[in-house]
Design a protein around this ligand. Structure first.
Ligand code: HEM
Length: 332
């Protein structure tokens, strides 16, 4: 982690992670980002439950430090998880504007960690789906809908109580950190593309073009789950995605910060392997992601068109101080 901290400081400013001084040795930086801007690269690191305990075994003497909130996620209805794309002791999230810069970052961190860590899975994503400040316009996911309308916005409050671990919570090393839940959610694109616009909108509970809740005209109009049409039918169907995930009704708020993904085709069925790499930050998955996903997995009309195929949870420690290292609050 100390070596990664040194490298991360260089990577995020667009510098090479080392200089090649000997023709006889492999280059210390792999070179593909030379001449490129840092592309707003950010690196976020997290620790998975298995770093602390796996099958009841205290692998690295860290078991006593495992946060209560860092639970193994329970199975949810409809899960079709691939173990090869799930879990992990550590996670590195590289975000930025240039895929070549991101690849370079992950490749060099992997190379620096060789001998201590190995890659378990990698998910590339694009087109960040959730806006997180009010000055951003809401991007669309691969279903064509605006995604992130009703998300926590850093400049509008809600951040501190919903996604930063507060000073009152144990373990102390996680204070000012957050918990990340990652779900690789396949969208059954061909099925979605064959359903009518009315069906699609009823499934989400919003209009596709404007992003407004059905029955409203503006994207940011409040969602009214009781509004009815002239025939007495609910405008936002009770089983629609935004009705079940309604954060005010559930009393749960999470910070969604997902990306679209595509990994070519699923050759078994000759269909696009694409979807939403759902990422959500929160202060306690037991009180936030788990009950929310439990409700969605049971009742969400969207389930006809999606499949959760990968899953992981990580404790993301607080940011690194100048001169410090990633995860210092845990290991110091
Ligand atoms: C492929 C899977 C998914 C798609 C395509 C999707 C899409 C959407 C869309 C289009 C909206 C409406 C716009 C907005 O407010 O952002 C929305 C809202 C939301 N979604 Fe999802 N979503 C997916 C999975 C999930 C999952 C797994 C969760 C959490 C467990 C989740 C939680 C939410 C929440 C909390 C809202 C806002 C509800 C509110 O109005 O308070 N979504 N989603």
């Amino acid at each position: 982690l100390k070596a990664w901290t040194r490298a991360a400081a260089k990577l995020t400013t667009g510098e090479a992670v080392g200089t090649t001084d000997s023709e006889a040795a492999p280059p210390t930086d792999t070179g593909e980002a030379v001449g490129l801007e840092p592309a707003r690269l950010t690196l976020t690191f997290g620790f998975g439950p298995s770093l602390f305990t796996r099958d009841g075994i205290d692998r690295f003497g860290l078991a006593a430090q495992r946060p209560g909130a860092l639970v193994d996620l329970p199975p949810f209805a409809g899960d079709a998880l691939d173990p090869a794309r799930s879990g992990g002791d550590l996670c590195v999230q590289a975000c930025g504007d240039d895929p070549q810069v991101l690849f370079h970052a992950i490749r060099n961190l992997t190379r620096i960690g060789r001998g201590s860590v190995v890659l378990r899975w990698v998910q590339e994503g694009f087109g960040r789906t959730s806006s997180t400040t009010s000055d951003q316009s809401t991007a669309r996911n691969l279903m064509g809908f605006k995604d992130g309308t009703n998300n926590i916005r850093a400049d509008k409050g809600g951040a501190s109580e919903n996604f930063w671990v507060p000073a009152s919570e144990d373990p102390a090393w996680m204070r000012d950190g957050s918990y990340l839940v990652a779900r690789r959610i396949r969208i059954l694109i061909e099925v979605w593309d064959r359903s009518s616009l009315a069906d699609q909108e009823a499934t989400i509970g919003r209009r596709r073009e404007s992003g407004a809740p059905i029955g409203a005209t503006d994207e940011f109009h409040a969602v009214d789950l009781t509004a009815i049409d002239s025939a007495g039918k609910l405008l936002v169907p009770a089983d629609s995605h935004i009705a079940i995930a309604n954060q005010d009704a559930l009393g749960i708020h999470i910070l969604r910060r997902g990306y679209n993904f595509t990994d070519g085709i699923d050759a078994r069925v000759g269909q696009l392997d694409a979807g939403l790499f759902f990422l959500a930050y929160q202060r306690d998955p037991r009180a936030q992601f788990i009950p929310m996903q439990d409700a969605l997995a049971r009742r969400d009309a969207l389930n006809e068109y999606i499949k959760h195929v990968g899953s992981a949870v990580f404790a993301v420690p607080p940011g690194t101080a100048v001169g410090g290292y990633i995860g210092q609050s845990l290991f110091a």
